[in-house]
Design a protein around this ligand. Sequence first.
Ligand code: NI
Length: 177
Amino acid sequence: MSVKKALRMGDARLLRRAEEVTAFDSKEFHELLADMRDTMQALDGVGLAAPQIGINLRIVIFGVESSPRYPDAEVVPDTVLINPVITPLSQTKESGWEGCLSVPGMRGLVPRFTHIRYQGTDQFGALIDRTVSGFHARVVQHECDHLDGILYPMRIEDLRNFGFISELFPDQNNQEE
Ligand code: NI
């Protein structure tokens, strides 16, 4: 499989509403997932949505073993999530720093729901239904936003909390989402 180029903010393909997946478990489908995994790993990301490589389908992948950027963050299991639905379990939001493979070199402070339920299927059509919080919830909300054409800078409430990693966090070596 291969590493694809991540589309960058400004590319109109990142602003589309992605379409539901209706066909699972085909050769093309598994090749697409392999490309997404390869691309995410090559770019050292914690998540990737299909629209970021120009595929307009409701597919996200994510997973975090451990991240120097989030030393206290929980481990997020490697997940393929298709046709996701997110339900906030409270209206409480928390702000946290995010990055994105489509907005390279930058970080922004983004409010997200702290507790969510997410549902969807995996690449074989098996149901996924999880209740999560904190960093896991943040990653899922970030990735699923891509399926509705939303990039994290659109959610920053105060643009003074948006900038280049090298200026905001000069000592850090960072991953992208
Ligand atoms: Ni992103």
